[in-house]
Write a protein that binds this ligand. Structure first.
Ligand code: HAM
Length: 423
């Protein structure tokens, strides 16, 4: 028995017709971002390991879950666990004019424990916008994500908002939080008991009951914002209200990556299970460009998990896979020359056309024509071949059929398509 293989654990094949849904989702996102002036960023799927270490050295995503490897020349590389670090690396490398607004649809790789809604290869639709700290940009970015959920018909999506402050006010807040946590370190969960000092804010994001209990009355960042951060946070809220985007402030929202400053947000789908219910998230990362060797450049973006979004759509019965059919099916029982040439002619004329292969019988080909969903079949038998004609059959019940000169086939098919089932 030859060896047989399965897709690696935590990865999935997306086949037709399900893949048509992905295509439609990406097209919807491309439309939304395009209308807001974002261009496509097509970047590498792997980067120098340092790009990710610089931006997430204290996070699980970078410390524990990265797919890193050495290439044949000994370079230490890693598959991207997320899209922001690579986008900012590209910004620093190419120095485009600002504001630089890009979108992407790309795979990410995290060595996580696979389960429903959590994969080792997942895909994100995202935007990154660099070059201004204007909080109206935060509103623009958040509204693109909100519009995406609305465009696919997802209803149960809630926006949680927080501000993580900046280099002016976060250090003071950190001191206050450390004071709070050091008195309760023994009560924290196993993971955080010994590691909390490294990144005390992460404890706030811990879902374990022990950490939740130890931090219920912990000081919150938005209580310590400096004037500039406070004003920016206020302006974001005003903007969201003005656009009719509902939100709740979640003071414990920290997010799983190190680079966030000021506005942070997460979209949660009520249709999904607890730990995997975030269908998108993002925030500001002013300071990240400097970390990667660039000039001081503020930035903000988000990533939306495609798989999770589609799972939520399944639960809500939203955004069904579009039915993709060809428009015409050529049935040729004269040996295949007509099928070969007519499908090419139709396709070049902009008509989606298919055919059967392998010299099948009339009956078998008609069955395939039926299954293809094409509203029109083009039949070529011996009689048509001799007369230089084709038969155009409307496939709907009682649709009828008509002869057409073979050289008029494109016009005849167009006519039949315009009125596929006469009443
Ligand atoms: P993130 O929160 O790590 O942020 O991921 C964004 C979204 O990707 C999540 O909300 C979730 O929908 C999806 N996701 C993440 N991990 C998995 C997984 N293992 N399986 C399935 N879906 C997953 C980021 O990655 C940031 N780069 C977002 C961002 C862009 N911030 C600023 N700009």
């Amino acid at each position: 028995m030859p060896e047989s293989y399965q897709a690696p654990i935590g990865t999935r094949d997306v086949l037709p017709p399900e893949s048509a849904r992905w295509q439609a989702l990406v097209a919807t996102f491309a439309g939304l971002t395009g209308r807001a002036g974002y261009g496509l960023l097509q970047g590498p799927v792997f980067e120098d390991l340092g790009v990710f270490q610089k931006v997430g050295g204290s996070t699980d995503v970078v410390r524990k879950e990265m797919y890193d490897f050495e290439d044949k020349a000994g370079r230490h590389l890693a598959l991207r666990p997320e899209g922001t670090a690579g986008a900012v690396r590209a910004f620093v490398q190419h120095r485009p004019t600002t504001p630089w607004k890009v979108w992407y649809a790309a795979p990410n790789f995290r060595y996580e424990r696979p389960q429903a809604g959590r994969y080792r290869q997942h895909h994100q639709l995202g935007v990154e916008a660099l070059g201004t700290d204007d909080p109206d940009l935060d509103v623009e970015v958040i509204s693109i994500a909100a519009d995406l959920y609305a465009a696919v018909g997802l209803r149960g999506v809630e926006l949680a908002l927080n501000s993580l402050g900046d280099v002016t006010c976060r250090p003071g807040y950190r001191v206050a939080l450390v004071r709070h946590l050091s008195a309760r370190a023994g009560d924290l969960c196993d993971e955080h008991r010994h590691r909390w000092e490294e990144n005390p804010l992460r404890v706030l994001d811990c879902k374990r009951q022990t950490c939740v209990a130890a931090t219920v009355d912990a000081p919150v960042m938005i209580g310590h914002l400096c004037d500039a951060c406070g004003a920016a946070f206020e302006r974001v809220q005003v903007g969201l209200r003005s656009l009719g985007i509902g939100f709740t402030i979640r003071t414990r929202l920290v997010r799983g990556l190190d680079y966030y400053r000021r506005t942070t947000f997460e979209f949660v789908a009520t249709a999904l299970e607890g730990a995997q219910d975030a269908v998108g998230g993002g925030g500001r990362y002013d300071g990240l460009a400097e970390l990667l060797g660039g000039p001081p450049t503020p930035g903000i973006g988000f990533g939306v998990g495609i798989e999770r979004m589609l799972l939520a759509c399944d639960v809500e019965d939203a955004f069904p896979a579009p039915v993709v059919t060809v428009e015409a099916f050529v049935v040729d029982v004269t040996g295949g020359d007509a099928a070969r040439d007519l499908t090419a002619l139709l396709r070049r004329s902009g008509i989606a056309a298919d055919r059967a292969f392998g010299g099948r019988s009339m009956k078998a080909q008609m069955k395939l024509a039926d299954r293809s969903g094409a509203p029109v079949a083009i039949l070529v038998g011996q009689a048509e071949e001799a007369a230089g004609t084709v038969t155009i059959r409307r496939m709907a019940d009682g649709g009828g059929q008509a002869e057409s000169a073979r050289e008029d086939v494109v016009a005849s098919v167009r006519l039949a398509l315009a009125d596929p089932a006469p009443r």
